[in-house]
Design a protein around this ligand. Sequence first.
Ligand SMILES: [Zn+2]
Length: 300
Amino acid sequence: MSSSNQELTIGLDVGGTEIKAGLLRGSEIIATRRWATEREQGPDHAVGQVLLAAKSMSQEFPDAIAVGVVVPGVVNTTTGVAEYSENIGWKNVPFVKLVNELTGLTVGFGHDVRAGGVAETMYGAGKGFSNSFFMPIGTGIAGAIVLNGELFDDPYAGEIGHLDVNSGYMCACGVMGCLESISTGPSILRIFNEKSGSQLTSASQVVEEAKMGNSIAQEVWKQSVEAIGFTLASYINILAPEIIILGGGVSKAGDALLVPIEKYLDTRLTFQRRPKLVVAELGDHAGMIGAGIFGLRATQ
Ligand SMILES: [Zn+2]
């Protein structure tokens, strides 16, 4: 689908570290800007940074007809309120109202992971599939559920990172055993460093160590990947996606991630329809492009 005749939108993808802003036409990125979220200066300051980004973008790109804002945490798209984010610390921020008052633009609003899922479904790896599951594996793990071509947009849905995989580790959510406690980038790194006495600084280094034959790295990686496979097998049994799209920093491992998950699924799936398993195509831009889509939809 050509998007050349579409209107310009501004997409803001708000993360714990930075706000990715783009001038967009469909999936085409015409310009990007970045702001630091500066969450260490408190939630009110972080809200101010989002508003600063929205105002600056609307002033720099006056041809944009709408702005979309996507944020992490519990997001109520009906009221336009970011109800809670553990990551950033804010509570009940009425972003739609605030950004509209500041910019005069129509405002679309949503959850960052679900925005990424919508973008991958429309323009990326999920194009042409009506039942998909997009799961970014980064500093956290969550999923965007698309059923019959529609995003399932309940604020509490998709928290696959908190399925119990019996990891033996405490999760940030307060209970033992969640997928996030063993399979996020920081978890993989932490577990490897603890077991090996190493001081590596990223999960991708652990993957490299595993490839070079480090047996501790291989074991840590295997456990993390099998835990992902276990949760995906559960998802497949319940919602039968045609395609599963893995995103986030850990998905950059590519075949080192996909091949062992496929092998694990071989042991768990028999009669079920086997979904395609792929890595995301839009990379770090999925959330921002999704924000632009939400902005455009808000005008319609
Ligand atoms: Zn948890």
